[in-house]
Design a protein around this ligand. Structure first.
Ligand code: SF4
Ligand code: SF4
Length: 361
């Protein structure tokens, strides 16, 4: 085994010891998938997520080219950890007075912190190993926050293929994966890219309630419930609200239906076990939540990203979709809420519930 292979093997051992379920190495090159990124942005599919459009001084999209944004990088170490827990999938649960928070957001610790802590361990071990032979070694660890499309490098590192639902899927573990990457100036031994195993399956495309997967492997964020419930501020287009069903933060449907998640194992990491009350939460609780309760409940949680206003708005849309007449008083009360997007959705929910009442009588 030459030195490059030995260091590559050591990184993978360290990743496993740090608690990652998967680790692979990709060359730091600009692949075919990254070349499509400008088109995706140009088509407006990123919605209001302006950070996706970050550009360098020459005006080029940072995420479209690792070679421009980190010209020193030679390899990308892609790591993944399973966050699945032993709880039902969103499509298996139908309690009309309850909503759904995406699986990844249940965790006790913010996944950015949990994954970054592990990456830092691997990074430190790498520096320790090569400090004599490579004193100039550069490394950078990223979890979601870097100018890099992690899932593309995860594919080329053999961690998993990018499914038609645009998630990284591993043949053995499925797609409930948090990804993190370490860019390094070291030339490492690359792994073989993961082959696409979607085949003729189209379950995710058919199951998506808002037709957000506009074609296989192409997501229009403007239609995606995940984007609408987390990133979109203010009003949500009315034609998409019915499709949002009971989703109040994120959406798991295209992963729930994926056959590769049918036997997804459960995580070994206790920090990803759910916080009290977040699995299938009560809609009235969310819609009427106070600022203090929001802070206490979601301290260090990705749910904070939606902000209290967004979460309450989403809960009211879910109430409008619930058909649950017992929630009518909640929507009636919140029509007078000071938050414009909350009061507007409360009115919308009230009308929907009254219609359900008329139909049922
Ligand atoms: S997350 Fe939900 S809305 Fe978005 S593509 Fe998947 S199924 Fe559709
Ligand atoms: S549901 Fe089918 S098409 Fe969609 S990601 Fe899974 S395997 Fe691929």
């Amino acid at each position: 085994m030459n030195e490059t292979s030995a260091i590559s093997a050591l990184i993978k051992r360290q990743a496993s010891e740090a608690g990652f379920d998967l680790c692979g190495i990709a060359p730091a090159t600009d692949s075919r998938e990254l070349q499509y990124f400008p088109e995706w942005i140009e088509a407006g599919h990123a919605g209001e997520m302006k950070y996706m459009e970050a550009r360098d001084e020459q005006g080029s999209l940072k995420r479209a080219s690792l070679s421009r944004v980190a010209p020193w990088a030679r390899s990308v170490v892609a790591c993944a950890i399973n966050y699945n827990t032993d709880h039902p999938y969103s499509i298996e649960v139908r309690e009309p007075n309850r909503g759904w928070i995406s699986r990844y957001a249940w965790s006790r610790e913010d996944y950015h912190d949990a994954v970054l802590r592990r990456l830092k361990r691997v990074e430190a071990a790498l520096h320790e190993t090569v400090c004599d032979s490579q004193p100039e070694l550069i490394t950078r660890s990223y979890v979601d926050t870097g100018p890099i499309v992690e899932r593309v490098f995860a594919k080329y590192a053999g961690v998993g293929w990018i499914g038609k639902n645009t998630c990284v899927i591993n043949q053995k573990i499925g797609s409930w994966l948090f990804l993190g990457v370490i860019l390094t100036s070291l030339e490492l031994t690359p792994d073989v890219p993961a082959p696409d195993r979607c085949g003729t399956c189209t379950r995710c495309i058919e199951a998506c309630p808002t037709d957000a997967i506009v074609e296989p492997y192409q997501l229009d964020s403007n239609r995606c419930i995940s984007y609408l419930t987390i990133e979109k501020r203010g009003s949500i287009p009315e034609d998409l609200r019915a499709g949002m069903g009971h989703q109040v933060f994120g959406c798991d449907i295209c992963q729930d239906v994926c056959p590769w998640n049918r036997k997804a194992p459960v995580t070994n990491a206790p920090e990803f076990f759910p916080r009290e009350g977040l699995v299938n939460p009560a809609l009235d609780w969310l819609a009427e939540m106070s600022a203090q309760e929001f802070r206490d409940t979601f301290r260090g949680s990705p749910v904070r990203r939606a902000k209290l206003s967004g979460l309450r708005r989403n809960a009211l849309i879910a109430i409008g979709n619930s058909g649950e007449l017992g929630l009518l008083p909640v929507s009636e009360k919140l029509i007078f809420d000071q938050d414009e997007s909350v009061s507007e959705c409360a009115r919308w929910a009230q009308v929907r519930l009254q219609r359900s009442k008329e139909h049922s009588s």
